[in-house]
Design a binder for this molecule. Structure first.
Ligand SMILES: [Zn+2]
Length: 194
């Protein structure tokens, strides 16, 4: 399928870069990230904002597996968010990271902060493949992201741990090996460090 072009600069929009921007009254336009950010910057009267498109980065996790991350920069009123995500079959899947800064922060410094955070996360493992299936490793901690499960119709989530999709059932089976133990479940915004 040929990607739709940006309605402002008319360049083709690469996977997951498009934003429908507008309002119910004035209609929506499909914009690339750069045009979206520049439009928002102009509306907010931000002088210092500079949109930088980052090239994909490859990083190796603690198991020796390589991950290719893409970046998306989005300006939203008081801040700018850079998201790092992997693509599988054209859709974001696996590890996701985010950093939030001020609109006039140096984009490369923000990217540096994000990459440092990604390195720290990729150096950690939480899961272990055993003959009884996936288990919590001897760190006894799980960190991950809550995602939706496209195959699940009962509104239960899927979680992503160590960049791997773990179904709610599978998580339940892993947790059941800790019967009688205590646990602590804490939710943090994607830009915070776990
Ligand atoms: Zn554009």
């Amino acid at each position: 399928m040929k990607p739709n072009p940006c309605e402002s600069c008319h360049q083709p929009i690469v996977a997951h870069e498009g934003v429908s921007y507008g309002s119910m009254e004035c209609g929506y336009r499909l914009l690339c990230s750069r045009c979206f950010n520049e439009t928002v910057a102009k509306q907010l009267g931000l002088q210092g904002f500079e949109h930088v498109a980052f090239e994909p980065v490859r990083m190796v996790d603690a198991r020796g597996l390589e991950h290719e991350f893409r970046f998306r920069t989005r300006l939203f009123g008081p801040g700018v968010a850079i998201d790092a995500f992997e693509l599988q079959g054209g859709s974001p899947a696996g590890y996701r990271f985010q950093v939030i800064g001020e609109p006039d922060d140096d984009p490369l410094a923000l990217l540096g902060t994000l990459i440092t955070k990604m390195r720290r996360a990729l150096a950690l493992t939480h899961l272990e493949d055993t003959e009884h299936g996936l288990q919590v490793n001897n760190g006894l901690v799980l960190r991950g992201t809550v995602d939706s499960d496209p195959d699940e119709h009962h509104r239960v989530p899927m979680v992503v741990i160590d960049g791997r999709e773990v179904s709610w059932d599978e998580l339940g089976r892993m947790v059941s090996t800790f019967e009688g133990w205590q646990f602590k479940l804490q939710f943090l915004d994607r830009s915070e460090e776990t």
